[in-house]
Design a protein around this ligand. Sequence first.
Ligand code: FAD
Ligand code: NAP
Length: 541
Amino acid sequence: MEARQRQNDGMDRFDAVVIGAGFAGLYALHRLRDGLGLRVRVYEAGDGVGGTWFWNLYPDARCDSESHYYCYSFSKELEQEWEWSSRYPAQPEILRYLEHVADRFDLRRDIQLDTRVDGARFDDGAGGWIVQTDSGERVRARFLVTAVGCLSATNVPDIPGRDRFAGRWYHTAAWPKEGVDFAGRRVGLVGTGSTGIQATPVIAAEAAHLTVFQRTANFTIPARNRPLGPDEQAEIKARYDEIRDLQARSEGGFPYLLEPRSALEVSDEEREATFERGWEKGGFAFFWAGFSDILRDGRANATAADFVRKKIREVVHDPEVAELLTPRDHPFGTKRPPIDTDYWATFNRDDVDLVDIRRFPIVEITPEGIRTENAHYDLDVIVFATGFDAMTGSLLRMDIRGEGGQRLADKWAGGPTTYLGLQVAGFPNLFTVTGPGSPSVLLNMPTGIEQHVDWIADCIAYMRTHGYERIAADEEAEARWVAHVNEVARFTLYRKARSWYVGANIPGKPEVFMPYVGGQTMYKHHLAASVEGGYAGFRLR
Ligand code: FAD
Ligand code: NAP
């Protein structure tokens, strides 16, 4: 009877359901469908593909990895065909690229847009997943692949009075497609992470007045964006094998190898000259090409932090504003460093103010603006550049239940636990692309995404060849991995920052260092060791 019900339960059956159609979901569809011949359905909440680049339409949204490696590497033809206009292209161009990928690899026919997955339940009897969407559709799939994004669940602060505001408010990652007209308006921007720092100069140039509400001053590095001329593009294309090789050998998936020397073993003059060279190159070149111990040794870190602090004083005319913009409470690089174009200089404008909400926190939003503990600011528009419930937010906003009906939210009540960031014990056949416990957000993300999707596809192929139907992380392997992730984080300075890496930006979120900080090389070694051991650390059935 039960077998017949399962046969006739009216649900469509897929080999795999993929949730999300950003960089990860698009590639997962391509690999699983075109590589393995699986029947795949992708669900995407947005009404277009592109993920991050579909949602983040705020002014001057752009990448901070350089275009020639902030892209897929799986197709040499794609690499050669696509032309990037600049070093750090803006959102519309990256979205066009991902739309092109969807068309070029004929992906759209298996992507259902405008459909949010509400929940998924592992069916112990049938051994697969039942996936439920917000339209009430239910489908079955042997494998469930979450490609929901580490930075896609928006964090809109729950400030009293928000809904009484008479003007309009926006979160930067849920920006209206028609754009926002700032002309003649008094704008308040809350948040000075990568997003706020990118948007500030552009909003300032358009608005009648901009007030930036800063809780934590941030280290930022000049982007030094510039167009890529035809010669440079040709040179990059000719060197792609070498670039990919460098990325593969690097710790961060960027085509830079860390200098082996310490910042403390060189003379003051040489250190300063190295920092200056990195600063002139701009972007992550400053971060990666300097010294090996910036993120490990507090004294080495202080040399980089002091260098950046000096740069702030050189740019910002008003010493009080310069001091307020100067980060003093966390080591350089322990929050993801933004890269900017004229951020500090924007505070030299007469029509831009900086407000210290660490000292005088926001108490409420009134119909007319924002009230802090010591003042009221009249505003027409509020922009929340307040980031994301990172790494776990999008997973936990779904009701995912594993073996025996166990809720993922319960299992992760004390913080996320995974084996290799790929699987959760008790949740068979569920794969988390760039899941917590993997290098994920510490890498150039397309590199980490391709690595994970390839691993998942290879794993499913292995299961097929060997007649396995179920794979789940072993509980002991998971516990050992979580301990290792915490252990390596302790050797770095990352734990000295209250960042989204540890969930400190979300009230009530357990503070656990979520990404794997051991570096790409070590991580790949762990992946390979598991595979060579017949998927050691996983239980196959
Ligand atoms: P996403 O692009 O976030 O896609 C996930 C998709 O899943 C979304 O479209 C979402 O709608 C969908 N989804 C989520 N939950 C559900 C659900 N329940 N049902 C259906 N659909 C769902 N990384 C870098 O390495 N370099 C950069 O330069 C860089 N720049 C960035 C700039 C910005 C403004 C931001 C916000 C992030 C940036 N990142 C960068 C990180 C970026 O998120 C990744 O590079 C990459 O785009 C992630 O791709 P993804 O497919 O994993 O996730
Ligand atoms: P973010 O780094 O988390 O920054 C959010 C900002 O909002 C912080 O200044 C934070 O202050 C502040 N904030 C959060 N909640 C607040 C509250 N309740 N009240 C007042 N202030 C609050 O988010 P993001 O800037 O969107 O960036 C997230 C990540 O996305 C980046 O780290 C990066 O990985 C990626 N990104 C990349 C780019 C790029 O250039 N390519 C651009 C945008 C985003 P605290 O610091 O005190 O928490």
